[in-house]
Design a protein around this ligand. Structure first.
Ligand code: SF4
Length: 142
C-alpha cells in the first residue's frame, strides 16, 4: 500500500518543539508499504522550532497572537497536491494537531482543551475524498 503519514509520526523532528511524535505502529509500516511523509506546517513555510499554534475562531493563531492561517492553508494545499499526485490508499495523521488532527484539535485558548473537528490539513484531505485516520484506528486495517 501507499500510505501518506505525518512526518513527525515516523520520527522526523518537525514538531513545533523541534522533536517528533514517533509511533512505532506507524513507522513499522515502512517495511511493507511505501510511506509518503508530509509536514504541512513546514511545507507552509513555518520554521522548526516554532511558536505553538491552535485554531481560534477558525483561524490558525500562535500562542503570542499572530495569525498564521495563510501558512497553515498553504501547507494544507501542498499536502493535497502531493496526495493527488501520489494517490495514497490511506493517510495516517498525528492526533490533536491544528494541522493533522483528525477527530480533535485544541480550542485556541492554549489551556489543553480539545474540541471536536479536524485540523486544517486533515479536513482538506477528507473533503477531497482521501481516507484519513489516526494511529489508534490502525487496528481495523490489520
Ligand atoms: S504539522 Fe503535522 S506532521 Fe508537522 S509536526 Fe505538526 S502534527 Fe507533525
Amino acid at each position: 500500500m501507499k500510505i501518506m503519514v505525518s512526518a513527525c509520526l515516523v520520527g522526523e523532528n518537525c514538531k513545533y518543539s523541534g522533536g517528533n511524535n514517533l509511533d512505532t505502529r506507524v513507522s513499522r509500516l515502512e517495511t511493507e508499504n511505501t510511506l509518503i511523509k508530509i509536514c504541512p506546517e513546514v511545507l507552509g513555510g513555518l520554521p522548526i522550532p516554532r511558536i505553538p499554534v491552535e485554531i481560534r475562531d477558525g483561524i490558525a493563531t500562535t500562542k503570542d497572537g499572530r495569525n498564521v492561517d495563510a501558512e497553515f492553508r498553504a501547507g494544507a494545499q501542498k499536502c493535497l497536491e502531493i496526495a493527488k499526485q501520489e494517490q495514497p490508499d490511506l493517510v495516517i495523521l498525528q492526533p490533536r494537531s491544528p494541522s493533522c488532527g483528525v477527530r480533535h484539535h485544541y480550542d485556541g485558548t492554549f489551556s489543553g482543551t480539545l474540541v471536536d473537528g479536524p485540523g486544517i490539513t486533515a479536513q482538506l484531505l477528507m473533503e477531497n475524498g482521501f481516507k484519513v485516520i489516526e494511529p489508534d484506528d490502525l487496528g481495523s486495517f490489520e
